[in-house]
Design a protein around this ligand. Structure first.
Ligand code: ADP
Ligand code: MG
Length: 723
């Protein structure tokens, strides 16, 4: 007798293959096609417990044994009969109990061998499986069961057994699966095909096979992801040409000659990387990472000066008005007479640094716009306002984005549209990005790392202060007073503005973790300001207040006064988080520090220890013990940003890293961990780049092309926003 074998592809619907089970899978788990079901992987695998001596109550087991005896009994309390079959492995026994005999008593006859799976119970001091799933094995013992028994995620109304059977039917009907990873690459890494790996994951014979299958799936995911990124890099390279910027021009030379310090080896290396990119007509897309104070801005400024030397303009985008203004001031100061282009007494080589923010006076704005459109200003510093409004550039060739985490991908694209030809883009971030993340989430950008601080930086010491310990808070303020008495300045940072406010700043705080005690109201800057003004220890000191709700002129004024040393203690929200540079500020108190994330604390702390004096950072907390306290202790013990970033990542669910891409999408990363599988990701990156270089449109790699089309773009902005 021959039966016609059903033939299925990944897109086939399940119903014709597996019958009624398909309806349940559709209704309960939205699994409709063969692809869906094959992507529904077992969560555990059980070895067969042929030795019944080691059973534990409540455990899910799969046992193989022979039916020793079988008995049907009329039930006493209701109609119908129940059925019991006793299974033995030769030495120990377990009962299989069913509350309807029909359908079982014919199959489970004494002498037959069965494999049964279910939860172990105890009844009348005997082991029992109530309503187990089972299969009668044929005489030869060849059961067509895998060596390890797969356990699937629970599906209401279906026994695990039904799933095992359904998957087997599907696999039997399925032609070999097409593989997105080319055979040569598989051979190189000794990886099984997708078809083989898929079958092994559903029906493995050993743990070793399972491990091989998982390795293969990880590689496959990394390879597809890297192919997407390689294609993006290529697309950028083929974009309309950028204006190449050659280095070594007179303005840059004059600037270098005026620099009061020598560049660190890291700054020189990164400058060379950037210069090499700028010399190309392929627009640069580079991420410059470096600790706060590592000297990124100087590196970026040198690139901007090259752009001006080459006859173009550079724009520097800052996340806030305070920072934009500060950048403009510090760049102007660094340039000295080189920033007085066209002015009497200015250098002939000079240019001008224009500032464009949403809140400046109409006159100042008009002048700035004029300088920008005429090209008088070679460097334009601004906020988002630069992107949104009608700012015309004479010839924008380079865009530097500072502290990317307030800028999305979309905004960068927006800015690209400001130039006739696509500008080179340099993104600076002080959020340390672990290598695997740089290779994946940011995989379409090149990355440069400044991993050393300029010499002469002073170390920062961090302590955690329990506000509830008697006298500790007073001691904290006394310490602030001592610092100021020594001629230095301090920040006091709070997680919110006032008691009534759920401000935009508070919204950035991490959500409480599970297991943490309910939150007290957060301490605000307004109350802290009042407390400090009345604090006897601080009598005679000038206390300032800075937060996001102040009019921007006032913010600017306060920041300026602090920088000038006219304020001793600055009480502020996280508005000071990024980029504020006051070397004389050596102490920071962060109140309710447990309300901030790891990276944010690290970022905040970077505001001190920027000058010749050692920094002191105190994290005050009312949280007691628990995860929050551990987090604070971790930040207190290290200032290594990469270590902290890793810690931060571990505390977040990995799915968050890739954002929407993962959640609820079956096409996302299922086997690959961005934290754990660095080597796989690195190998896949090399392989994918080679494939894309040879076959940019993937016309020779149709299966891969199909998988790539199913991938969603990883969200870079998402990663940084959460960091
Ligand atoms: P970042 O932007 O990475 O936070 P900055 O470029 O603002 O760092 O540099 C921080 C401070 O260090 C600035 O005052 C800058 O002038 C100074 N600086 C930068 N590079 C060096 C160097 N090689 N040696 C000494 N000081 C430096
Ligand atoms: Mg900076």
């Amino acid at each position: 007798m021959t039966t016609l074998r059903q033939v299925a592809t990944l897109d086939s619907t399940l119903a014709p293959l597996i019958g009624r089970t398909a309806h349940t899978l559709r209704d309960e788990r939205a699994l409709i096609t063969v692809r869906d079901l094959l992507g529904f992987f077992p969560t555990r695998y059980l070895a067969y417990d042929s030795d019944l001596s080691e059973l534990r109550e409540g455990e899910f087991v799969v046992v193989i044994g022979e039916v020793l005896s079988a008995k049907t009994r009329e039930m006493t309390t209701r109609r119908g009969s129940m059925f019991n079959a006793t299974l033995t492995d030769g030495r120990h026994e377990i009962d299989m109990t069913f509350f309807t005999a029909r359908g079982h008593q014919d199959k489970l006859r004494p002498g037959v061998r069965v494999i049964a799976g279910g939860q172990v119970g105890v009844f009348n001091r005997r082991w029992q499986l109530a309503h187990p799933g089972y299969t009668v094995l044929d005489r030869s013992g060849d059961s067509d069961l895998p060596g390890l028994f797969p356990v699937y995620p629970a599906v209401p109304k279906l026994h695990n057994w039904n799933l095992v059977r359904a998957v087997r039917l599907v696999l039997d009907a399925l032609d070999p699966l097409p593989d997105p990873v080319p055979a040569e690459i598989r051979a190189k890494h000794d990886l099984p095909s997708l078809d083989r790996a898929t079958r092994l994951l559903h029906r493995p014979n050993s743990r070793a096979e399972l491990a091989r299958a998982r390795d293969r799936m990880r590689y496959g995911e990394a390879f597809v992801l890297q192919t997407v990124l390689a294609q993006r890099r290529l697309a950028r390279a083929r974009e309309q040409m950028a204006v190449p910027i050659s280095g070594g021009g007179p303005l840059l030379q004059a600037f270098d000659a005026r620099l009061p310090f020598t560049l660190t080896a890291g700054q020189q290396r990164v400058s060379a990387e950037i210069a090499a990119d700028l010399g190309q007509s392929v627009p640069m897309s580079r991420l410059l990472q470096g600790e706060v104070g590592s000297g990124k801005t100087v590196v970026a400024l040198r690139a901007m000066l090259s752009a001006v030397d080459a006859g173009g303009q550079a724009a520097l985008l800052a996340p806030t008005e305070v920072l934009a203004a500060q950048h403009q001031r510090s760049i102007t100061a660094m340039l000295g007479d080189l920033a007085e282009g066209g002015l009497l007494g200015g250098s002939e080589l000079g240019t001008r640094v224009a500032l464009l923010t949403g809140s400046q006076s109409t006159a100042a704005r008009r002048q700035a716009l004029l300088d920008v459109v005429s090209g008088t200003a070679g460097i334009v510093v601004g906020t988002h306002a630069l992107l949104q409004e009608k700012v015309d550039f004479a010839g924008l060739t380079l865009v530097v984005v500072d502290e990317q985490h307030r800028f999305g991908v979309e905004q960068r694209d927006n800015l690209r549209g400001k130039a006739e030809r696509p500008p080179h883009v340099l993104v600076m971030t002080a959020t340390p990005i672990p290598r695997t993340i740089a290779m994946t989430v940011f995989g379409d950008m090149e990355t440069s790392v400044l991993d050393e601080l300029p010499a002469g930086r002073s170390p920062i010491t961090t302590h955690v202060v329990d506000e509830y310990r008697p006298g500790w808070l007073e001691r904290t303020w006394a310490r602030v007073a001592e610092e100021c008495a020594a001629g230095r300045q301090a920040y006091v940072v709070c997680p919110r503005i006032g008691p009534d406010q759920a401000s935009e700043e508070a919204a950035e705080l991490p959500t409480p973790e599970e297991g943490e005690p309910p939150k007290l109201d957060m301490i605000g800057v307004l109350e802290t300001y009042d407390v400090l003004c009345a604090e006897p220890a601080l009598t005679g000191l000038r206390v300032g207040l800075l937060h996001g709700r102040l009019p921007s002129e006032e913010k600017d004024q306060v920041m300026r006064a602090f920088a000038a040393g006219e304020i001793d203690v600055l009480v502020a929200t996280t508005v000071i988080e990024v980029g504020v540079d006051v070397p004389n500020a050596t102490m920071m108190v962060v109140r309710d520090a447990d309300r901030f994330g790891v990276s944010q604390l690290h970022q905040l702390r970077g505001r001190i220890g920027r000058g010749a004096y050692p920094g002191l950072c105190l994290f005050t907390t009312r949280a007691g013990g628990g995860p929050a306290a551990e987090r604070l202790a971790a930040v207190a013990t290290t200032t290594d940003g990469f270590e902290l970033a890793q810690l931060d990542l571990k505390q977040r669910r990995e799915g968050d890293i890739l954002g929407a891409r993962q959640s609820g999408s079956r096409g996302g990363l299922r086997f690959l961990s961005l934290l754990a599988h660095e080597e796989i990701i690195a190998a896949a990156r090399v392989d994918a780049a080679a494939v894309v270089a040879d076959d940019p449109e993937l016309t020779e790699h149709l299966v891969l092309a199909d998988r790539v089309a199913r991938e969603l773009a990883p969200e870079q902005a998402d990663f940084l926003e959460k960091a």
